[in-house]
Design a protein around this ligand. Structure first.
Ligand code: ZN
Ligand code: ZN
Length: 132
């Protein structure tokens, strides 16, 4: 069994498929259940209200939302800042607008890259031929 340092508390533990030690996993699971229960009773809660009431770390709470474990469909006020523009969002890393812009930018960059690779191949081919 390989050992590793827990990403959260830095304790050494037997590494399984997860990056956290069993104790941190148990703590996160407990925090998740507390937050879930709180949100069910307080649908209009904000991020600050949830962390105040549940004493769950704000970073842990945001991580649960970002990785999709905590879904906020029923909690419109529970938002956190978009990583790109700072606008309030409540799913993933970016607000819907940034997510859309990034998809567009990414596909544009991929097309450009594909063109560059293609052009480079051709240049290489022709310059090699010219040297022969
Ligand atoms: Zn740990
Ligand atoms: Zn944004």
């Amino acid at each position: 069994m390989p050992i590793a340092n827990c990403k959260r508390c830095n304790r050494i533990f037997n590494k399984g498929r997860r990056e956290l030690c069993p104790q941190c996993i148990a703590e996160e699971d407990a925090a998740f259940r507390v937050v879930k229960a709180y949100l069910k009773d307080h649908r209009d809660a904000t991020l600050a209200e949830v962390t105040d009431a549940t004493e769950v770390d704000v970073e842990l709470l945001v991580a649960m939302i970002r990785n999709g474990r905590l879904l906020l469909r029923d909690n419109p006020n529970l938002t956190y800042p978009c990583e790109r523009c700072g606008q309030p969002t409540h799913a993933g890393h970016y607000c819907p607008q940034c997510a859309a812009e990034l998809v567009t930018a990414l596909s544009g960059a991929q097309e450009e890259l594909a063109r560059k690779i293609k052009g480079k191949d051709n240049d290489g081919y022709y310059s090699r031929r010219q040297h022969l």
